[in-house]
Design a binder for this molecule. Sequence first.
Ligand code: R5P
Length: 314
Amino acid sequence: MPPSTNKPVLLSGRAHKPFAQKVAKELGLSLGKASIQTFSDQEVKVEIEEELRGKDVYLIQPTSMPVGETLMELLLLAHAAKGLKPKRITAVMPFIGYRRQEKVTRPGEALAFELVAKLLAAAGVKRILTIDLHKHRSSKFFRDAGISCKELRAFSVIVHYFKTKKKLDNFVVLAPDKGSVPESERYARELGVPLVKVSKRRSRRKLDEVSFHRFEGNVKGKNVLIIDDEINTAGTLIGVAEMLKERKARNIYFACTHAVLSGPAVQRLSKSRLKEVVVTDTIFLPPKKRIPKINVLSVAPLFADAIEKWHRQA
Ligand code: R5P
């Protein structure tokens, strides 16, 4: 990092302080001081206790569950920082809530992700550093709102893990839906194993319910690595695992970037025949969600590296 006067200031919200601390440690910095409190009626009060005038400021906060609260907290942090006249505000968002609502499929639906981008811009955010958006094209909403966006990929971290920790000779990679095919193809290519595809449909009435049709490829006697961008209720994963059981697959592994793990997810995973669930640390996992089959890899070094590079160019 450059001499002290030119150092970036890193501030963290309350959604995932251990991640912010890891990023700061990688950069040889400490987190700046901010007091964040919640009133009895759930309003949040933010007060930044750092000199920010002319500084390059990074606000670290995944807007994970409870999405509305973590987002509002980040917006307040940005707004408070803006008032202190920094050189620029970057939101470091390892996970962005509302990321899956990036298109309108019927008239009358809200384009939630576009609104999130506009809110961040209104609060004073000029740049976003994130990882594995639901669709890579989603970064367009930030650009349209006047925010530059850098999207990292967990690919290298997850590939490294499987290459170094597993014998891959009897593996296939499985893409659980149409959207995950390009990324799964990349994994299959890099790991040197075949790709299997499944098609998924999400119910319109029950948003978290999925059904499967069409299965392309052979899994009999194979170890299967399922790749997705996130695990939310684990409905997709459990559904695919059931199909794999019927088709006599051997061990089932799952890897994704974002461990949302909402509702019945952890219980479903505990009861499932999945061998291992590999996720990254973009979202804070409370102890009750850290069951033995969940293995968390850190992407904090990727974020630290990107901040260092971005800051140098500034
Ligand atoms: C959907 O498009 C995503 O890529 C994931 O497949 C989905 O969010 C997983 O959700 P769930 O775990 O609730 O099935």
